[in-house]
Design a protein around this ligand. Structure first.
Ligand code: SF4
Length: 1003
């Protein structure tokens, strides 16, 4: 692709041009070829024998038997959220509350089960960090439960052993005062495990405990300690903020693994009234790589990660928060203009302003952010603080891990108990954890996978998945919930608490008893049982004491002194930024095919990662997508393919973590590149002084980067380009323009009076289902895509098929860039089947396999479909997906346990697409009939995408009822139907995105 022929204006030169890739922007022959042919090459070729999909299909049937054996209920009683067990009806779905912890962050969940097997994850509406929503990773965690490659055996020195033998081994250990005993865990959020840890450290006074996560959140607490001189945890209230500045913060994406920030942020982006228009927030983002937060920002400034500290210092000085310091402008025009406008806006917002940074920035940036909030008066309003618990002998973070490895290497650790995680893979390269581990006589690893760490230890123990084990978890604000299992451990795993109890010689070693004893001991004896049942039912512990709110004052002088003492940012060379993957996280989702195939929200990459570089860096180094480069620095080296990422900071390479696993299940092994090979404790988030050089090789054939960014392209340059040229598929408007002319969205496209040549059916009777998607509040988080996949048994097709454009997701998450390739904005648009009233797919089907229901659904009759694919060719939105192969045929039997029995599993040769979750419509119909009601109430049917959406951007309902929520949304002036001028009459319509740019920075 040539970067010379870039054009950034719409074809008629009037408005912004939306583009999906640099290929599209340049209108390259490759791009034209792609969009002219929906399935570009070899459409009917069978898989070659080595594809990942084939491997997945060949997973051993014996695991299925193991899974089926585990269908029995656990002996300890669990309680459904809504109905008593005595009313159990076979085939009926039941919901149970539980809780999931990821990197120390806690989400309350509601899990649907069918006949004893968990099938679908939702957010618990009663849990404050979920409020009924779930993230993409939470949705996909159900597939980890049924992963046929999960660790299933106790291993001693790599050979089969048993729990009994391990228990006997533990009894032989002479742990004494614990001098040689160390524990290594991930972040602990479980109150009962914290209590057990305290007891264990008391029993072994010389033992130590280290916490390590690939995504370590230690910088925030350290910054708070620096600013306030005490251990406090910030509680951010995004819903109270009118102006938000994110300093490298991805609070809408990777920085927060709960739906809460998106819930709070989006509550000020949903506009239903003039009053809401006044409340709409404004978001500024300063970052190096395009994040979800950057995508949603009204203004974005790209800076290298190491430059953000100086930006924070300059900003604090300009706000008057750091008296005596002058603004040190070192960035040229755009940076200074941006800074000046932000300062003015933050000052105007005062207590309603919020400056927030990321765990990826050093403590000083956190301290500066707290200080700025203090000077703006927003402490106590948009950000509060609660007391944090501290434990002297618990240390966390990469430096603590390095210190532990040094002790191990020096022979000071005789027994190392690793509770979860995969430190041999995730530890920074300079820690040399694998070699340190070989010096420990008794190395014990509890893990869900037989992974890189399991291969290096004396004892490997299978860890129970959170859906099959008892536990608990509390948020930083003190909201506690019980993790109740939905199924007995499928592979005989145990929990961290059980292992700690065993090692410490506790009398109570069963997870159920540890958790129940911990909580019931806090309740009056007479009401313990009933309180326990109610707690399980509700999903939150009502008696748990919220963390104490504390009033804090930042010490400006101390922070100024710390700023002066900060080392200068290293200059020269390439900076490498390390970020967790939105799909793999730190590698723990590597064997999860849903997440391998879920396109990255920004790059749209599936099945792998790449080194992201800016267009200018690519031009300077003469690199193109798929070229293999070396990243070399500090004696470390990584060979990796590059991908050009618009909006990336220059001279800065971003690599996602979690790929390049060498020992995991068959789905994830060898997929992508392992960034940990060049990550160090000193450059944990941003490593400096790297050299970037081309190897002269490039990816080819089935090794190519499989990005979906051009798939299903419509609109400018797209399929049917002659008809669609310049038509506004995605619509957005500034609130100023909207206030001036509320009809501005409608006027973006003239829709002539249209008359169908067919007899026109009037859909005015009974229920008429429709959907509204608010592009203003949707953040592009992907949760709906994975929720839809889980609910509707949507198959994974594998990298080879994705490269051919055959991914099956029923919701395509289109991402467009706007503006120049260096400084673009980005927008996102979820695209399910539009359920057109005049559906163009229906009248071309030779066998009437797709027909219209009286309630306005564009139904698919799968067993009538003969696979001509005329419908897909005639669909202007490209939302129909064809099963070229029987993608479920050879799935290991255990994977069928994750499938929804209310939805068919489609065969080879049929077309499939969004059905508006027709099974949920039918269920509501049956329920209302069973309850003797004549009407299905508004809000009673919630589609899977709608249910999980943390932004509440999707609303479904009866458009024949003028009072339904969906009808009211469709009456809004910013409602529009995509391609309305084609007279297809989509039932799914969009609310145009409202932007709130700062006039000083232009629209
Ligand atoms: S519509 Fe989908 S992508 Fe958008 S915020 Fe909701 S769940 Fe995320």
């Amino acid at each position: 692709m040539s970067l010379i022929s870039i054009k950034t204006k719409a074809p008629d030169g009037t408005g912004p041009q939306y583009w999906r890739s640099l290929n599209q922007l340049s209108d390259t022959p490759e791009f034209r070829q792609w969009v002219e042919r929906e399935f570009p090459a070899n459409a009917t070729e069978l898989l070659d024998g080595n594809s990942r999909r084939t491997v997945l299909k060949m997973m051993a049937a014996s695991f299925g038997l193991a899974g089926l054996a585990a269908c029995s209920r656990p002996v300890e009683h669990i309680f459904p959220n809504s109905r008593g067990v005595e009313n159990y009806i076979p085939g009926q779905s039941y919901f149970y509350t539980t809780v999931m912890t990821l990197a120390g962050q806690v989400s309350g969940l509601l899990v649907e089960t069918h006949d004893g097997r968990p099938t679908k994850i939702e957010g618990n509406p009663d849990h404050p960090s979920s409020r009924g929503a779930a993230t993409a990773l939470a949705q996909a965690s159900i597939l980890n439960l049924y992963d046929p490659d999960r660790s299933a055996r106790v291993l001693q020195g790599g050979m089969d052993s048993s729990w009994e033998q391990f228990e006997a081994f533990i009894k032989t250990l002479q742990l004494g005062d614990g001098s040689g005993l160390r524990f290594l865990s991930q972040s602990v959020a479980s109150p009962s495990l914290l209590a057990l840890r305290a007891d264990t450290l008391k029993k072994f006074p010389k033992a130590k405990w280290v916490e390590f996560e690939s995504f370590q959140r230690t910088a925030g607490p350290a910054g708070a300690m620096l600013a306030f001189g005490q251990a406090v945890t910030p509680q951010t209230k995004f819903d109270k903020a009118k102006v938000i500045l994110g300093l490298d913060s991805d609070f809408l994406g990777l920085d927060w693994q709960t739906p809460l920030p998106t819930k709070q942020y989006a509550s000020r982006r949903r506009v239903a009234s003039e009053e809401d228009l006044e409340k709409i927030n404004r978001l500024y983002s300063v970052e190096s790589q395009f994040s979800l937060t950057g995508l949603n920002a009204d203004h974005r400034l790209r800076l290298k990660g190491s430059e953000i500290k100086q930006f924070a210092v300059d900003l604090a000085a300009a706000l008057g928060a750091l008296p005596g310091l002058n603004v040190v402008g070192n960035g040229g025009g755009r940076r200074e203009q941006f800074l000046a406008a932000v300062v003015k806006d933050l000052k105007a917002a005062g207590p309603d302003a919020l400056v927030i940074t990321s765990p990826r920035q050093p403590p000083i940036v956190h301290a500066l952010a707290f200080l700025m909030n203090q000077s703006l008066g927003s402490l106590g309003n948009t950000i509060e603080f609660t007391k944090s618990a501290t434990e002297d002998r618990v240390d966390a973070g990469p430096d603590a891990l390095k210190a532990l490895a040094a002790e191990m290497t020096a022979g000071q650790v005789s027994t190392l108990v690793m509770l979860g995680g995969n430190p041999v893979f995730t530890a920074p390269a300079d820690v040399q954890f694998g070699s340190a581990l070989s010096k420990v006589a008794n190395s014990i690893h509890l893990g869900q996978d037989d992974d890189e760490t399991a291969a290096s230890v004396k004892w490997h123990l299978p860890e129970a998945h959170y859906l099959e084990s008892w536990g608990d978890a509390a948020t930083a604000s003190g909201v506690a919930a019980i993790q109740q299992p939905l199924i007995a451990p499928i592979f005989g795993g145990r929990t961290s608490a059980e292992i700690v109890a065993l090692v410490s010689g506790s009398a109570v070693t069963k997870a159920h008893d540890i958790v129940k004893n911990y909580w019931t001991a806090q309740w009056p004896a007479a009401s313990r049982e009933i309180t326990w049942k109610k707690t399980l039912n509700d999903g939150v512990v009502a008696s748990a004491k919220p963390a104490d709110t504390v009033k804090v004052t930042a010490d400006a002088k101390k922070i100024a002194a710390a700023v002066a003492a900060e080392p200068k940012a290293a200059s020269g060379g390439i900076e490498v930024a390390f970020v967790p993957s939105a799909q793999m996280w730190d590698g723990r989702y590597a064997n999860n095919p849903w997440m391998q195939e879920a396109p990255d929200p920004l790059t749209k990459l599936t099945w792998g990662n790449a080194a992201l570089i800016s267009p200018a860096t690519a031009a300077a180094k003469s690199l193109q997508d798929g070229d293999i480069v070396t990243l070399q620095g500090g004696g470390l080296k990584l060979e990796i393919a590059v991908m050009i990422q618009p909006g990336q900071a220059d001279d800065c390479v971003t690599v996602t973590l979690g790929y390049g696993r060498t020992r995991c299940g068959r789905v994830g092994k060898g997929v992508g590149y392992n960034a940990n090979l060049i990550r160090t404790t000193g450059g944990f988030w941003y490593g400096s002084g790297f050299e970037l050089a081309s190897t002269g090789n490039r990816l080819s054939g089935s090794d190519r980067l499989s990005t979906t960014q051009e798939h299903g392209t419509i609109g400018d340059n797209g399929v049917n380009a002659e008809h669609l040229q310049g038509r506004p598929v995605f619509r957005e408007v500034t609130i100023e323009d909207y206030k001036k002319n509320p009809k501005v969205v409608e006027e973006m496209q003239e829709v002539p009076a249209l008359h169908s040549v067919y007899h026109e059916f009037t859909y005015d009777q009974g229920y008429q289902w429709g959907m509204s998607i608010d592009l203003g509040s949707c953040t592009g988080c992907n949760a709906c895509v994975v929720a839809c996949q889980s609910e509707n048994n949507i198959p994974v097709v594998g990298k080879d098929q994705v490269l051919r454009g055959r991914e099956m997701h029923w919701i395509r998450m289109d991402r467009y860039y706007v503006g120049s390739q260096d400084e673009p904005r980005a927008v996102q648009q979820p695209l399910p089947c539009m359920q057109c009233e005049n559906a163009p797919c229906e009248n071309v089907c030779p066998v009437a396999a797709t027909t219209h229901s009286p309630e306005g659904l564009n139904d698919m009759v799968y067993n009538r479909c003969v696979g001509t694919r005329y419908c897909a060719n005639n669909c202007p939105f490209k939302v129909r997906h064809f099963n070229f192969l029987n993608f479920h045929k050879n799935d290991p039997e255990i994977l069928s346990m994750a499938q929804n029995p209310d939805v068919t599993v489609r065969m080879r040769g049929v077309m499939e697409k969004c059905t508006y979750c027709v099974q949920r419509i039918q269920e509501a119909r049956i329920t209302s009939k069973g309850e003797g009601r004549r009407e299905i109430k508004d809000g009673e049917i919630v589609t899977a995408c709608q249910q999980t959406c943390p932004a509440d951007a999707i609303v479904f309902g009866n458009i024949n009822d003028p009072n339904s929520r969906v009808s009211k949304l469709k009456q809004q002036e910013r409602n529009y139907a995509m391609l309305a001028e084609l007279d297809v009459r989509p039932r799914t319509t969009y609310l145009a995105r409202l932007r709130n740019p700062n006039p000083e920075l232009g629209a």
